[in-house]
Design a protein around this ligand. Structure first.
Ligand SMILES: [Zn+2]
Length: 499
């Protein structure tokens, strides 16, 4: 049992947690955003990140510091917290990214971890080997073997109170990711970055990203803090948190600003395409797009970086609030509409509904069925699994309309959940708000619920009374179920009354 991380609340796979960082003497609430500080270019000073933006933790490149003639000695003599004027937690990277980019670096794990310890890092990183997506399987396995050796070295190094990252690699092979995660979790290391996903994110491969993270999560215990390394675009925070990621680093706020790109929760805009700023942060309140465009390069970059960071922290707060409130999947659904590739990511997340169901709370405030995808949420899955265990006998009416005393029992029938006894009407998720114009997917899911109940009770005789279900849903009902179409004002009124 790890004592550095404690989960306080769940929603789907997402969680609110507390990461204790002993060397910094702070506890960071997760999900947390770590702004990336380039030791040489401080677009926004770390002290401002703490005071103005509320950053509790940041990340900087230990390898760049190690290789820097002007900063190395200062970092060693003064320590990173003094150098950066930052009192929160500081995570350092090891040069693995440079290894992936340039193919070679000149430090080993022991040396770079000792250096990170000596400059006062609170969370250090060994030199793992990032394997890009779609690599040969042989290469992915060989890289993993090297990473495993480096994690073993990292366990041996005397790091004092510094926490240590145990990166999870494995390219786009789910079984390798899961195995790597299992092995990392078996070490005594502390934080678990899922590495080498940046090429996936840059290519908008959110579906593959979800599969990679889901595989890593299967190999990690629930007490493992997970860092989605290199994921800093606010558009995908809700999705990534719903998968169970806890830490995010953003270089994007500064890198995009340098390119005149303006972040929003629905995607990225080019400054030149904006006639208005859809934001009321201090920058967007004081300037219009034309005024920012007219600024000199340095001012423009600084202004855009401040907006980008503001919208990034704001989205993280919104995601955390959604986890607390239990409506994270509604937020994922809303964010998915920003880009078709995000819809693919959301649908892939729902492929893993079985995994999400394990941590999803049994009771929440409300379930809003806002899209066809809602029919595949973990709550629907859980209800349908429950139907396989419910007993009912005799002549049973499953109805979207009114109760009928001619039957031995009348159960309600509500897409996308399917049938349930009236006594459960006030329990989550059957209190759901569903649209009157049900999607085909919702009716099909409800038909699957009928099939689950009928399968568990072969001796009962079922009649389904439905309100204009499509043929594709009716075709999913098992043989032997009697089907009756509802119609006319009386049925509708009884339906709306819901009792
Ligand atoms: Zn703004």
């Amino acid at each position: 049992m790890r004592d550095t991380f404690e989960v306080r609340a769940f929603d789907a796979g997402g969680r609110i947690g507390e990461l204790r960082v002993p060397r910094a003497g702070v506890t960071v609430e997760t999900p947390a955003l770590l702004p990336v500080i380039n030791p040489h270019i401080r677009t926004i000073p770390p002290a401002d990140l703490e005071r103005e933006f509320g950053a509790e933790i940041l990340i900087t490149n230990g390898y760049s510091l190690h290789g820097s003639d002007d900063l190395r000695e200062a970092a060693l003599s003064r320590g990173l917290h003094d150098l950066y004027d930052f009192s929160g937690a500081i995570m350092t990277d090891s040069g693995s990214f440079q290894l992936a980019e340039y193919g070679d670096i000149d430090v080993d794990t022991r040396e770079i971890l000792e250096f990170q310890r000596d400059v006062g890092s609170d969370i250090g990183t060994p030199v793992d080997v990032p394997t890009p997506p779609d690599a040969d399987r042989d290469r992915a396995e060989a890289d993993l073997a090297t990473t495993r050796e480096r994690l073993a070295v990292a366990e041996e190094v005397d790091v004092g109170e510094m926490l240590v990252n145990a990166p999870v690699q494995g390219s786009t092979y789910p079984d390798l990711r899961e195995r790597a995660a299992r092995e990392a979790y078996a070490t005594d290391l502390d934080v678990f970055p899922v590495g080498a996903v940046v090429p996936l994110l840059n290519a908008y491969r959110y579906d593959d990203t979800v599969d990679v993270v889901a595989a890593a999560k299967r190999g990690l215990g629930a007490d493992a803090p997970v860092h989605l390394f290199g994921a800093g675009h606010p558009m995908m925070f809700a999705l990534a948190v719903a998968m169970g990621c806890d830490l995010f680093d953003s270089a994007a706020y500064a890198l995009y600003a340098r390119d005149d790109r303006y972040l929003t929760v629905r995607g990225t805009e080019h400054l030149e395409d904006l006639a208005y700023f859809p934001c009321s942060c201090p920058v967007c309140a004081d300037y219009d797009p034309g005024e920012v465009a007219a600024c000199d390069d340095e001012t423009r970059e600084r202004l855009l970086a401040r907006h980008n960071l503001r919208v990034t922290f704001e989205e993280m707060a919104r995601v955390k609030q959604a986890v607390r409130r239990g409506n994270l999947l509604e937020l994922v659904d809303a964010r998915a509409r920003g880009h078709p590739a995000m819809v693919d990511g959301y649908r892939t997340l729902l492929d893993h509904a079985q995994d999400l169901e394990r941590s999803d709370p049994v009771g929440k405030d409300a379930f809003f069925a806002v899209s066809a995808e809602s029919a595949r949420r973990p709550e629907v899955l859980r209800h349908q699994e429950r139907l396989e265990r419910l007993d009912v006998a005799g002549e049973v009416l499953l109805s979207e309309g009114q109760k009928n005393d001619a039957y031995d029992a009348t159960w309600r029938l509500v897409p996308p959940f399917g049938p349930f006894p009236r006594a459960l009407s006030e329990t989550y998720p059957l209190t759901a708000e569903v649209p009157e114009r049900r999607s085909r997917a919702a009716c099909e899911a409800a038909a699957d619920g009928v099939a689950a109940l009928a399968g568990a009770n072969p001796d009962a005789a079922f009649t389904v009374a439905h309100w204009e279900w499509p043929a594709s849903a009716l075709a999913r009902l098992p043989d032997g179920v009697t089907v009756r179409a509802l119609g006319g004002g009386n049925d509708r009124a009884a339906d709306a009354d819901g009792s």
